[in-house]
Design a protein around this ligand. Structure first.
Ligand SMILES: NC(=O)C1=CN([C@@H]2O[C@H](COP(=O)(O)OP(=O)(O)OC[C@H]3O[C@@H](n4cnc5c(N)ncnc54)[C@H](OP(=O)(O)O)[C@@H]3O)[C@@H](O)[C@H]2O)C=CC1
Ligand SMILES: Nc1nc(=O)c2c([nH]1)NC[C@@H]1CN(c3ccc(C(=O)N[C@@H](CCC(=O)O)C(=O)O)cc3)C=[N+]21
Length: 307
């Protein structure tokens, strides 16, 4: 690499830490002035070990910023009707400000139906159709954590390394899920980017990616985006969290990698998020942000500003 103005690593871990510190100040203010302690309830159905780790991280981070945290663990034999009943109880409980049902759910449940049962004002994931619809038409609502955190990192990186705004940039998002790809597209459109969403039926994906000033990878395939798919000077946001087995000195061990071949992409990128310590920590910090936001909405208070 000859150009030293390229290949910056976007420190999602550090940015998330700063955001949590700013949130802790706002939470303390809300407690002192209104007597409100925001409370997040995470519901997990089944024993998926990866999900258990994220749920544990969420609980610890919630407590660390001064909020209340509850985790409800249900066996994977739980019926959909029982889960819906629990959600109804949490909706009715005024002490609960945020409800997150960890995905994926066991196969015998419809995640759309379950998400639809959550009070949109307590839907801190921002997955309810009412919040998705608000984002689509440009109304204030709760925005999904991973796209929100990705946008924060992107804006900061463009400000730091590019000097300008996102307006007019070509954004290509690989992945069209309701929880990452689609809301990310909406957020970037709201920033006046020219947005293309790619998926498994997209033709000439490499050529399309090479047109991207902003490339967001949310595919769920390890190192799927090769280095020569990245245009020189592009901003690369790698959302992927893929656990793979690698050979270590003492046999096989598990490691987390993204959807982008980081080492190969980095020399081309203006700035790129690593995995781990990129988007992942921002997802959790934005969940706390959304819980605080939800608590304010429920009490008729303005959304916290200056975060
Ligand atoms: N960092 C974080 O905090 C989070 C990370 N993640 C991670 O992000 C990744 C994506 O998650 P999620 O959106 O839920 O995943 P989904 O499986 O729901 O969506 C994957 C998307 O990738 C597309 N895709 C799959 N194969 C190809 C291909 N060969 N070429 C082009 N597109 C393809 C699919 O296309 P099609 O629609 O045509 O099937 C689909 O739209 C995962 O690694 C997940 O673990 C998820 C949430 C939070
Ligand atoms: N209802 C619901 N909402 C979610 O937001 C949700 C979900 N279900 N199901 C699973 C996915 C995944 N997800 C992550 C959260 C944090 C990290 C994270 O903290 N990652 C760290 C550590 C990675 C590691 O080492 O495992 C990092 O990237 O540095 C990653 C992924 C939230 N998700």
């Amino acid at each position: 690499m000859t150009d030293t103005s390229m290949g910056h690593i976007i420190d999602g871990f550090g940015y998330a830490k700063g955001l949590r510190e700013r949130l802790a100040v706002k939470v303390a203010e809300l407690k002192a002035t209104q007597g409100i302690t925001p409370c997040l309830v995470v519901v997990i159905v089944g024993e998926d070990p990866a999900s258990q780790i994220y749920v544990k991280n969420k609980g610890e981070s919630t407590i660390a910023v001064g909020m209340d945290s509850r985790t409800i663990t249900l066996p994977d034999t739980t019926t959909e009707a029982d889960l819906l009943k629990l959600i109804a109880e949490l909706n009715a409980d005024a002490a609960v400000n945020g409800i997150l049902v960890q995905l994926p759910l066991p196969k015998h449940m419809s995640s759309l139906k379950v998400i639809d049962a959550i009070d949109p004002l307590k839907d801190v994931d921002g997955f309810h159709v009412e919040n998705a619809g608000k984002l689509a038409v440009g109304l204030d609502g709760i925005v999904p954590c991973t796209p929100l955190g990705s946008l924060m990192l992107l804006k900061d990186a463009v400000k730091t390394y590019g000097g300008g705004s996102l307006a007019g940039m070509n954004a290509v998002i690989v992945g069209r899920s309701n929880i990452v790809g689609k809301p990310m597209a909406q957020l970037l459109l709201n920033q006046d980017c020219t947005v293309t969403i790619a998926h498994s039926k997209t033709k000439n994906l490499k050529e399309l990616c090479l047109t991207a000033d902003i490339l967001v990878a949310a595919v769920g395939r390890p190192k799927f985006i090769a280095g020569d798919w990245v245009k020189d000077g592009a901003y690369v946001i790698d959302v992927g969290i893929n656990r793979i087995e690698v050979d270590g000195p003492d046999g096989k061990k598990s490691k987390v990698v993204g959807d982008v071949d980081f080492d190969a992409a980095k020399p081309h990128a203006k700035a790129i998020t690593p995995v781990p310590r990129g988007v992942g920590p921002m997802t959790i910090a934005c969940l706390l942000n959304n819980t605080l936001h939800a608590a304010c909405l429920q009490h008729g208070l303005p959304a916290p500003e200056g975060l």
